[in-house]
Design a protein around this ligand. Structure first.
Ligand code: FUB
Length: 322
């Protein structure tokens, strides 16, 4: 399927794919979009998702299997609204689903639900992870340690925090001020809590300076981590400039130096992805709003092969090809 973009689930609206290989199969953990009739706004109220499905593939060109609803908002004791982008990690044969959800005070927290199989179902813990905030958890394992990257601006509420404490009023840096950083935190051995205080993921521009708020390639949301040829690739969405970009570093904590654009803007406001190696090839899973006629809250999952050049640079993919 080289360079051919393929829609994965024509019958439903799914977005924000987190993709992993478990037991030789590819598992996709997306957000489940639906028509809630909530007006579009900068807070993302129109993304009012209420459950998660899991999908699997034996081979990239095979028919996709829908494992049905694996976690429902009505079963989460602390739920307010909006189940956004989740991720799943495996440890000792158990599967941990991390999900952002607003609590009953309309504050995003990150919850955990546990399953015995990669296709779920997942049973939620009674409370969110202590000290968690904002959105888009992505979990990366390295040498038996598990690290969560998280954070998102605007509706993702990251601008309401500094040094892991809530501010009285949100402050979004502007102009030449340093952009807000995504966060990284190591998880405790039981996978249910943070083992340390979340730290900033420093993203540097080509001259080695912290990326500024005015830089169109600064971090907005949708963290993802993968490793290629012993380098750590931190990738993310630039939000209001609608690109997927990446930066590389020498440890999971960074710092990471900006390298380029992975995906140019797609149809629809949001862009979100994961990068995974499967059977010797690399793939970019992402979404757009072409099938819904551009309705940005009704997104569809796509996959395309991703390539590196001889220096390990990711070749930019055109977001609006079909
Ligand atoms: O799906 C809701 C939000 O839209 C995600 O959490 C963001 O990354 C963006 O894709």
């Amino acid at each position: 399927m080289k360079n051919k973009v393929k829609y994965l689930i024509p019958g439903d609206y799914m977005a924000d794919p987190s993709v992993h290989v478990f037991n030789g199969k590819l598992y996709i953990y997306p957000s489940h979009d639906w028509e809630s009739n909530i007006a579009e706004n900068d807070n993302g109220d129109h993304f009012d998702m209420k459950d998660y499905h899991v999908f699997s593939l034996e081979d990239i060109d095979d028919e996709i299997t829908d494992h049905g609803v694996v976690l429902d908002i009505k079963d989460i004791p602390w739920a307010g609204r909006q189940l956004w982008d989740c991720d799943v990690a495996e440890k000792n044969g158990r599967y941990y689903m991390y999900f952002p959800l607003k609590d009953q005070n309309d504050i995003f927290r990150i919850g955990v639900a546990i399953g015995n199989r990669p296709e779920g179902p997942f049973l939620p813990q009674p409370d969110p992870v202590k000290g968690s905030y904002s959105i888009d958890p992505a979990v990366f394992e390295e040498g038996g340690e598990y690290y969560m990257y998280f954070g998102g601006l605007w509706g993702g509420q990251l601008q309401r925090y500094r040094h892991n404490k809530a501010l009285e009023c949100a402050i979004l840096p502007e102009g030449n001020a340093a952009a807000l950083c995504p966060k990284i935190v190591r998880l405790r051995g039981d996978m249910l809590e943070f083992a340390e205080v979340p730290r900033d993921v420093l993203l540097l521009d080509e001259s080695g300076k912290l990326m500024t708020a005015a830089n169109p390639c600064r971090f907005f949301e949708a963290s993802w981590m993968h490793k290629y040829n012993d380098k750590y690739y931190f990738s993310y969405s630039t939000g209001d400039t609608h690109m997927l970009c990446y930066a590389t570093g020498d440890t999971p904590y960074g710092p990471f130096t900006y390298q380029g654009v992975i995906l140019t803007p797609v149809v629809g406001w949001t862009t979100h992805h994961s990068i995974v190696e499967f059977k010797g090839k690399w793939y970019l899973f992402h979404h757009d709003s072409v099938p819904s006629g551009g309705r940005t809250w009704l997104r569809s999952l796509k996959v395309v092969e991703l390539e590196y050049d001889k220096d390990g640079k990711i070749k930019t993919i055109e977001g609006r090809q079909m």
